[in-house]
Design a protein around this ligand. Structure first.
Ligand SMILES: CC(C)(COP(=O)(O)OP(=O)(O)OC[C@H]1O[C@@H](n2cnc3c(N)ncnc32)[C@H](O)[C@@H]1OP(=O)(O)O)[C@@H](O)C(=O)NCCC(=O)NCCS
Length: 185
């Protein structure tokens, strides 16, 4: 079990960044979540687990841990009390136990100010250390250069593409594969 943190300890995690905090989602985040997530521009870069329109039921299911496993390191991005985005990772199991897959999103009003670059810079070293990771992967739609740039600015290397992996709004997309690798010493 590579996870150095017990699940209940994750509930106490609070990572303070420059103008934002990363902390577990709470049931009372529902209104903020709906305000930021129900936006076609946000959903465009994400998987279908993030639907559009994003309804109150979708938000309730997410906050109840029925969409992604909230016992994983999945955090809200909070700015001045506003839960305006999220970042999380799914650690692997068995022979993938030292790997994880990361994803993130931000409400449109906060885009273009370097925020996600700073969020990833805070979250990734914490995640790699606390979960004893050798590999952290993120996949990005070929139509999402801003997300690719966030990863590149944080030292992720592009390893290739999963060709024709996703069909979104009737269009076929490649998934660009990025990873940060920290082999055991
Ligand atoms: C992707 C996303 C997280 C970026 O957040 P952000 O806070 O705006 O990102 P930052 O400002 O830190 O960095 C964005 C970078 O992309 C660049 N960029 C933005 N649009 C771009 C475009 N169309 N082409 C190329 N680069 C672009 C910016 O210039 C910036 O790079 P720079 O600092 O070198 O100038 C945000 O747009 C988002 O939440 N999108 C919807 C959800 C999503 O796509 N999540 C990622 C799934 S893999």
């Amino acid at each position: 079990m590579p996870n150095l943190l017990r699940q209940h300890d994750l509930q106490d995690v609070r990572l303070a960044g420059d103008g934002f905090v990363l902390r577990p989602w709470r049931p009372d985040d529902l209104d903020d979540l709906l305000a930021h997530a129900n936006d076609e521009r946000v959903v465009r870069g994400l998987s279908d687990r993030f639907p559009h329109p994003y309804t109150r039921v979708d938000g309730e299911r997410f906050l109840a841990g029925q969409v992604v496993d909230l016992t994983d390191p999945v955090f809200a991005i909070e700015i001045e009390g506003d839960a305006c985005g999220g970042i999380g990772a799914r650690p692997g199991q068995g022979d993938r136990r030292h790997s994880a897959e990361m994803g993130y999103w931000l409400g449109h009003a906060r885009w273009g100010r370097g925020l996600m670059t700073k969020v990833v810079a805070l979250y990734v070293p914490w995640l790699i250390q606390s979960h004893w990771l050798y590999r952290l992967q993120a996949t990005v739609l070929d139509s999402n250069p801003a997300s690719a740039r966030v990863l590149q600015k944080n030292g992720f290397e592009e390893e290739g593409a999963q060709r024709c992996a996703v069909v979104k709004s009737g269009e076929v997309h490649d998934l660009r594969v990025f990873a940060k690798v920290q082999p055991p010493r």
